[in-house]
Design a protein around this ligand. Structure first.
Ligand SMILES: C[S@@+](CC[C@H](N)C(=O)[O-])C[C@H]1O[C@@H](n2cnc3c(N)ncnc32)[C@H](O)[C@@H]1O
Length: 293
């Protein structure tokens, strides 16, 4: 059996509502692709950041007459006018599994692996982080996450307290805990991310050590390590908050920064933080440093 795939983009607040509307119009399945897992581009002034958008895709039987569906969607008040959408013909396959099949166990060095929760760890003795990202950002495939994971893998974290700011799937906090950190506070503005982090913490048997909050409810107790993979703009704006979390002598890791933005981000954390040489991966860079005692 073949299928028609209909894809629309909407503000993430409306993602679920749009999914319900697609189901009510005959979709057999709906999936959400957070634009967060698409390449991130720094939004221009006044633009909606890409990761506030959800891509919602409905799967319709091939014989569906899509005209009435499109007509109904054109009346939905929160969708763009004129309606923008994309249709594709799909051969029959387990399409939900398709993206899952592309998410494979990955080695980040120093024995640190990310393993999709539906895979067997290829090296059972390694530090294996089992992960189901759900709708949250953070599979390890994006350079901004992978540079953080490489740093976590090489850093002595035994007994440390950690803040994972913008925790997404919880991938970084869980990795830190599995590498010996004693406790982690994760914060995110996205409820889906908090949910995914909690679930992944349970999956990895670190839920007792991983507390998750919306940023405004997070306890502001200084910790040994702050990790934040969010965009350069927020990293600069949030510098006083992130610094308020960091103990003297503590370590900070910042990611989500385009290479050309490194200087500006470092300036926001100077002179409190002394930075190590900048690391680069594709167009992205990674900053890490130590807070003066
Ligand atoms: C690029 S993702 C990183 C996710 C994960 N930590 C990783 O490294 O893959 C950024 C996350 O930060 C969250 N975020 C963005 N702005 C934030 C803010 N001001 N405070 C807290 N979280 C924020 C987003 O919702 C998103 O989950």
């Amino acid at each position: 059996m073949a299928w028609i795939q209909l894809t629309l983009t909407t503000k993430e607040d409306y993602g679920r509502q749009l999914g319900d509307i697609l189901m009510a119009n005959g979709a057999q399945a709906v999936t959400y692709r957070d634009a967060k897992d698409a390449p991130i581009f720094e939004p221009g002034p006044g633009e909606v950041p890409l990761w506030e958008l959800s891509q919602v895709t409905g799967l319709f039987p091939a014989e569906t007459n899509m005209q009435p569906v499109i007509k109904n969607l054109a009346k939905v008040s929160f969708l763009e006018k004129p309606l923008r959408y994309k249709t594709d013909q799909l051969e029959d396959k387990d399409w939900e599994r398709e993206w899952m099949d592309n998410f494979k166990p990955m080695d980040f060095g120093n024995g640190l692996w990310i393993v999709p929760s539906w895979h067997q760890p290829p090296h059972p003795d390694a530090t294996n982080i089992l992960l189901d990202p759900g709708m949250a950002f953070g599979t390890g495939t994006h350079p901004t996450t992978s540079m953080c994971l490489a740093w976590i893998g090489e850093t002595e974290l035994q007994g440390t307290s950690v803040v994972d700011f913008g925790c997404g799937s919880g991938i970084l906090g869980i990795a830190a805990l599995k590498r010996g950190a004693a406790h982690c506070v994760g914060t995110d503005i996205d409820q889906q991310a908090l949910l995914a982090t909690r679930e992944n913490a349970v999956l990895n048997h670190v839920s007792d050590q991983f507390d998750v909050y919306l940023p405004e409810f997070a306890p502001n107790e200084p910790v040994d390590v702050v990790i934040a993979n969010i965009l350069a703009g927020p990293l600069q704006e949030l510098a006083p908050i992130l610094l308020s979390y960091l103990k003297p002598g503590g370590q900070i890791a910042l990611s989500g920064i385009l290479a050309r933005q490194a200087e500006d981000v470092m300036a926001a954390y100077t002179p409190e933080v002394t930075f190590a040489p900048v690391r680069y991966h594709d167009e992205w860079c990674f900053l890490h440093g130590t807070r003066q005692k």
